[in-house]
Design a protein around this ligand. Structure first.
Ligand code: ZN
Ligand code: ZN
Length: 417
């Protein structure tokens, strides 16, 4: 990692990530260990004309202590001032940057019931914030930088310093700051991103012209699932547009093309192909059985309690809300690294999410009420949204069109067109 690459990264997050506009407030949620990077973001944001930059600091150690030892009544309500800050800034259209960097097992041993109760509390008290985030009321971007506890998990047989350096190298590669290990020229990273976004969007366009009625997933791991798509679904990728009409990139890196399935349509079995970091715990060996869209069986070889708590948050968390395609030969997947961080792992494999769908996956959905979205058949009402990876080297997906044509979408883990 060098200073210039870090600065390029900060510029990318501000100008392509949230695409900060003059006079716009910015909120940065950052681990204290990442303060040096948060400072670069702050400088870059003010240079871009930010109205104000608000920092929400957190720390793995303090968070863990809170979850283990804080008074039990705290897990049923968000502090009113905290909710006020989030909801007000979201309404104002502030930009949000989240730095995702945590020990994947930071909450190991915490009562899953507390985590479930908190999920319900945030769903209720931050309803406005969550709704505005889901339908792009404000621009937001999740990015990562390495911290030692996380890097150690990714590269367990290295020293802390080596592991952190190796994770930096992977992150810079995945966000197109480096190419073949060399720094991309000043300014070229932004151009490189635009090209990357266009590539993803043209593939999404092809999927949209098929307008599939249903998709059938199979692989040797045991996945065998049919899922239907709403008539006016949209496959989206890379860039989204905020309520103010400004395009932004919600995830850096991003490799996925995603949409929302019909809520009550999934039948069959999904077997996860990677462990999932969920609420500070690792859940491995996931197997979910679906009947008429609803999850009727939940299994995990480890972390099952954590998974069950997440599936049982509310009624909507029992149904799929996202369907996403990522070929097995995509750059992050090709690295062969398990990142223990959903931002990277979901961009390395086909995945689904249970819980709330993104309204923008339905034509005109961003402007629809929850009732209208429900009438269109998507999973529009849940507090939660949990991605889990199912893509493998041998994944096959066959699409069926409304006139009954069968079209191979994925063959051997890759796009078939
Ligand atoms: Zn996704
Ligand atoms: Zn998702």
């Amino acid at each position: 990692m060098n200073e210039e690459m870090l600065r390029q990264y900060a510029r990318l997050v501000i100008h392509i990530g949230v695409n900060l506009q003059k006079g716009q407030p910015l909120v940065i949620a950052s681990p204290v260990d990442c303060a040096f990077f948060a400072r670069l973001l702050v400088s870059e944001a003010y240079r871009a004309g930010a109205k104000d930059v608000i920092l929400n600091w957190r720390d793995d150690h303090c968070v863990r202590e809170h979850w283990l030892r804080a008074d039990d009544c705290l897990f049923d309500n968000v502090y009113p001032w905290d909710a006020l800050q989030k909801n007000t800034l979201a309404r104002e259209g502030a930009a949000y940057i989240g730095i995702s960097a945590t020990d994947p097992e930071n909450l190991k041993g915490v009562d899953p019931e507390r985590l479930r109760r908190w999920e319900v509390a945030t769903g209720r008290d931050l309803k406005e914030f969550n709704r505005l985030q889901m339908n792009n009321g404000f621009p937001w971007c999740v990015v990562s930088i390495p911290i030692a506890s996380w890097a150690r998990k990714v590269f367990p047989d290295r020293t802390d310093n080596e592991a952190v350096e190796m994770l930096w190298a992977e992150i810079f590669k995945s966000v197109r700051i480096t190419y073949n290990g060399e720094a991309i020229k000043e300014g070229d990273a932004v151009q490189e991103w635009r090209t990357h976004c266009d590539r993803l969007k043209s593939r999404a366009k092809k999927l949209n012209t098929f307008n599939f009625k249903s998709l059938h997933y199979t692989n040797a791991l045991g996945t065998d699932l049919t899922v239907e798509m709403p008539v006016d679904h949209i496959w989206m990728a890379a860039e989204e547009s905020s309520a103010a009409g400004v395009s932004f990139v919600a995830n850096m890196p991003t490799e996925e093309i995603f949409s929302a399935p019909l809520r009550d349509s999934a039948n069959g079995v999904l077997v996860a192909s990677k462990p999932l970091v969920l609420n500070g715990n690792i859940v491995d060996g996931i197997r979910l059985v679906f009947e008429k869209g609803r999850i009727v069986e939940v299994h995990a070889d480890s972390g099952e309690e954590t998974l069950l708590a997440a599936v049982n948050v509310d009624e909507g968390s029992h149904f799929l809300g996202e369907i996403a395609l990522v070929p097995y030969d995509s750059p992050i997947s090709s690295s062969g690294i398990l990142f223990y961080n959903t931002l990277f792992d979901e961009n390395a494999a086909c995945h689904f999410a249970f819980g709330e769908a993104y309204p923008g996956c339905i034509r005109g959905g961003d402007k629809m009420s929850v009732d209208e979205l429900i009438a269109r058949g998507i999973n529009a009402e849940s507090t939660t949204h949990v991605d889990f990876m199912v893509g493998t080297e041998d994944l096959s997906i066959v699409g069926t069109t409304h006139d009954g044509r069968q079209v191979p979408v994925f063959e051997n883990g890759k796009f078939a067109f």
